[in-house]
Design a protein. Structure first.
Length: 463
């Protein structure tokens, strides 16, 4: 947990004051378009449109009820929580009503505490903030027949949903944080082991570092949560991505719903995704494996799940073979420009915990441990010196790319190193500068070629 705490503490002060990039743009467009949603108190009859209302304590929110909502059957409740500087309107600007979580009642509350730094209401990590959201959920449950509750937050809202899941575990079946991490005062424990914990993050996020979600996954797994999944969006920045959020919430629901039909629908959502980031193979495997073993599953449901699971495992075996072929008799501990590095990066993340990937990782455990040790050591040295002493950070950056290539900040470090080399202001000797150029070039080539090879291997997946 110490690694996670260091990541959170170093970033938290900046996070609380920062505005997310999309938030600024969205608020500007809202100022130009002053059309507001009609105000209607939530009721089962208010279906198929977005309406605005407020909780009993005055907390503003917007909500959408599916056209086919039937109180005698009920629906899931999905709450979406915005990031810094935004308000309750953010959700339906970025997640099309009737398409995003189409079967759910979707509710978008405003932040729970006014913050002068952003001149907006924010979701802060205090019990009083969690209690306001808890009260809202209670009010909605009195109005609607709620089957399960899912929370999805972006940026500041994403940190809060994990905090809330620890404060009110009785309210939460699944939680998804996009561009997130876990505050080190968030409560994790056995009381939450029935929750599905999803994380979603772009590797090139300049607002909230990707390593925050990597650390969050580590924290939950160290706390023995059985259902934890990180979806990595390679090359994506801080912006939300509603299709990917839809997919990861499908993973959450697919892991906890007792309804066979809903679990099957979640599997189909994952298999049929049209995301520009491709399919989430680890999520498909998880949900398919669960559906395959659920009591009462029909022969068709079991067969569909078995086909999907075995197809993912077969594909994982093919990718591991491609990594081994590229690597040859070498080890994983030093990047050499060959595509095995990019292949391994994608393989380890996108088939996380799928049996062939787990077996490959176990066989390569010594190499991977050495890579992670080098990445932590050199990465820490880099971040301690990058601002005050770039010359000291220089050699650490080179070591991260060459020997610690699994470091979650590697793309940021590579970009900084490339800038330093172009500026020509470093005090390093010619030999060290030449080596840095070679390492950077090799890292870029290994990553580019490896990613291309990975995408070629998985593009025809069709279970």
């Amino acid at each position: 947990m110490e690694k996670l705490e260091r990541q959170v503490d170093s970033f938290l002060s900046a996070l609380v004051l920062a505005l997310c990039v999309l938030g600024t743009a969205s608020l500007a467009s809202a100022t130009q378009d002053e059309k507001k949603h009609d105000r209607k108190a939530p009721a089962p009859a208010n279906k198929g449109e977005v309406y605005a209302w407020q909780a009993e304590d005055g907390l503003p929110y917007e909500y959408f009820v599916p056209k086919d909502y039937d109180p005698s059957v009920g629906a899931n409740l999905t709450l979406v929580l915005h990031g810094n500087g935004l308000d309750e309107r953010w959700t339906f600007w970025n997640h099309p009503p009737g398409k995003f979580r189409a079967a759910d009642i979707v509710v978008s509350p405003d932040g729970t505490t006014f913050t002068q730094g952003t001149n907006a209401n924010e979701f802060l990590g205090e019990r009083k903030d969690a209690d306001r959201v808890h009260a809202l959920i209670g009010e909605l449950k009195k109005i609607f027949t709620v089957k399960q509750v899912f929370l999805y937050g972006h940026s500041q809202g994403s940190f809060f949903v994990f905090f809330f899941a620890g404060e009110h575990p009785e309210d939460v079946n699944g939680v998804l944080g996009h561009a997130s991490g876990v505050w080190n005062w968030s409560r994790l424990g056995k009381f939450g082991h029935g929750q599905a914990i999803g994380l979603l993050h772009g590797t090139d996020d300049a607002n909230v570092p990707y390593g925050q979600s990597v650390g969050g996954r580590e924290a939950y797994r160290e706390a023995n949560y059985p259902m934890v999944h990180l979806r990595t969006l390679w090359g994506r920045d801080h912006r939300p991505h509603w299709v990917e959020a839809e997919n990861e919430l499908a993973w959450c629901e697919g892991m906890v719903s007792p309804d066979l039909a809903r679990v099957g629908a979640c599997l189909e959502t994952l298999l049929g995704s049209k995301s520009d980031y491709g399919l989430d193979f680890a999520a498909i495997w998880d949900v398919a494996s669960r559906l395959e073993k659920m009591p009462g599953a029909s022969a068709d449901q079991t067969a569909r799940a078995t086909k999907a699971r075995t197809a993912v495992e077969k594909l994982a075996t093919s990718v591991s073979a491609a990594v081994d072929q590229s690597l040859g008799k070498g080890k994983l501990v030093k990047v050499d420009g060959r595509p095995w590095m990019g292949l391994a990066l994608r393989f380890l993340e996108e088939f996380d915990e799928v049996p062939p990937c787990a077996a490959w990782s176990k066989a390569r455990a010594a190499d991977l441990a050495a890579v992670d040790k080098a990445g932590l050591r050199s990465g820490t040295e880099y971040w301690e010196n990058v601002e005050r002493s770039p010359d000291k950070a220089f050699s650490a950056a080179v070591e991260v790319l060459e020997q610690g290539w699994r470091n979650a900040s590697s793309t940021t470090i590579a970009s900084t190193l490339e800038g330093w080399l172009k500026q020509g202001k470093l005090k390093a000797g010619k030999k060290d500068l030449a080596r840095a150029e070679d390492v950077l070039d090799g890292w870029k080539k290994a990553r580019t070629d490896g990613f291309k090879a990975f995408e070629g291997l998985v593009k025809d997946f069709a279970p």
